[in-house]
Design a protein around this ligand. Structure first.
Ligand code: 3PG
Ligand code: MG
Length: 372
């Protein structure tokens, strides 16, 4: 397999026009950016190029405008924030305003690279998409992965290949089906799985426990039963908080009465999960333990987030909701790596590769340093 070219493989960038694919798909409230993490995460690459005399233009998608211009998804707010963080760096309009982006249309890719000498992909969060701006430019232009993409790949693939042990994956969120691929891929390499979030109810159902009216996935019960029999250590909650049939806040064991709904792991489980995290040497966390947007059901996620911050283990947090939770608790600086990718981090862990990485391996400069 060809190696993925890095910034140094671009040669002298002085005076060159560089198209920098970034993932500036940030959360917006109207025109206000509620979290600029993804913009800040691209700054080291921008500075690397800028300080060497390159002329950088960034390009990103924002939201899902479905191939048509839509002012709701204008890059305006992002451009304003970028101008504060990296003055003078250009930002093209939303790539997904053109249907050619998601359709991976070669004509769109050709238009996109017009006038550029080099291409850099630093859009880790979008590199699982075989879209025009991700896979098109490296077919033509000398290309490289940016510093963010490089770090994401090192950290996440490192989990698959040589984690310090014990290695524990803490998984939450509503659906086991969303994470099944990654669970299967990690099962061989982790020492234990910790399961929280609504997905625990599908495991409870597989154990024949009553789950009241809690969210679960009936078609995944057999899968959960199989995972429970895999011989791996799987830590499930042993208490649950939620509401009873009358909608009143309540604490339960692992058998919920009729009409009850579980919305978070209970305090005993949170403490037990925290112990597991403290005793591990590598922890990967993806998915909240409960409905943390509601303060009544935030405690489980907060305790896990705090343990992630406190443990001496090497800690990696998948993007999306768990990253948002960490940020909400002000703990995002206290873990070793917060991925900028949600879907991309799961797909890289599951498959060990991404369309965006594969495309870079095929770039004209990819084998420049190879003797073979
Ligand atoms: C993300 O936020 O997950 C990435 O930017 C990719 O966006 P998408 O899921 O709309 O393709
Ligand atoms: Mg997504």
């Amino acid at each position: 397999m060809a190696r993925i070219p890095v910034l140094d493989d671009l040669g002298d960038v002085n005076g060159k026009r560089v198209l920098l694919r970034t993932d500036f798909n940030v959360p917006l409230d109207g025109t206000t950016i509620t979290d600029d993490f993804r913009i800040r995460a691209a700054l080291p690459t921008i500075e690397w190029l800028d300080s060497r005399g390159a002329d950088v233009a960034c390009a990103s998608h924002l939201g899902r405008p479905k191939g048509k211009p839509n002012p709701e998804f204008s890059m305006g707010p992002v451009r304003a924030r970028l101008a504060e963080l990296a003055p003078g760096v250009e930002l093209l309009e939303n790539l997904r305003f053109d249907p050619g982006e998601e359709a991976n249309d070669p004509d769109f890719a050709a238009r996109l690279i017009e006038g550029f000498d080099l291409y850099v992909n630093d859009a880790f969060g979008a590199s699982h998409r075989a879209h025009a701006s991700i896979v098109g430019p490296p077919k033509v232009l000398p290309s490289a992965m940016g510093l963010l993409l490089q770090r994401e790949v090192e950290v996440l693939l490192g989990l698959r290949t040589n984690p310090k042990r014990p290695f524990v994956a803490v998984l939450g969120g509503a659906k086991i089906s969303d994470k099944l691929g990654v669970v299967e891929a990690l099962l061989d390499v982790v020492d234990a799985l910790v399961i929280g979030g609504a997905m625990c109810f599908t495991f409870f159902a597989a154990q024949g426990k009553s789950i009241g009216d809690s969210l679960f996935e009936p078609d995944q019960v057999d899968t959960c039963a199989r995972l429970l029999e895999s011989g791996k250590t799987i830590h499930l909650p042993d208490d649950i908080v939620g509401v009873d049939a009358d909608g009143v806040f309540a604490t339960f064991g692992t058998r919920l009465p009729e009409g009850a709904k579980g919305y978070d792991i209970g305090p005993g489980s949170a403490a037990a999960f925290s112990d597991v995290i403290m005793e591990s040497r590598t922890v990967f966390w993806n998915g909240p333990m409960g409905m943390f947007e509601d303060e009544r059901f935030a405690a489980g996620t907060r305790t896990v987030a705090q343990a992630m911050a406190d443990t001496k283990a090497f800690t990696v947090v998948g993007g999306g909701d768990s990253a948002a939770a960490l940020a909400q608790f002000g703990l995002d600086d206290d873990v070793d790596h917060v991925s900028t990718g949600g879907g991309a981090s799961l797909e890289l862990l599951e498959l060990g590769d991404l369309p965006g990485l594969e495309a870079l391996r095929g770039a004209p400069n990819a084998n420049a340093g190879d003797a073979s």
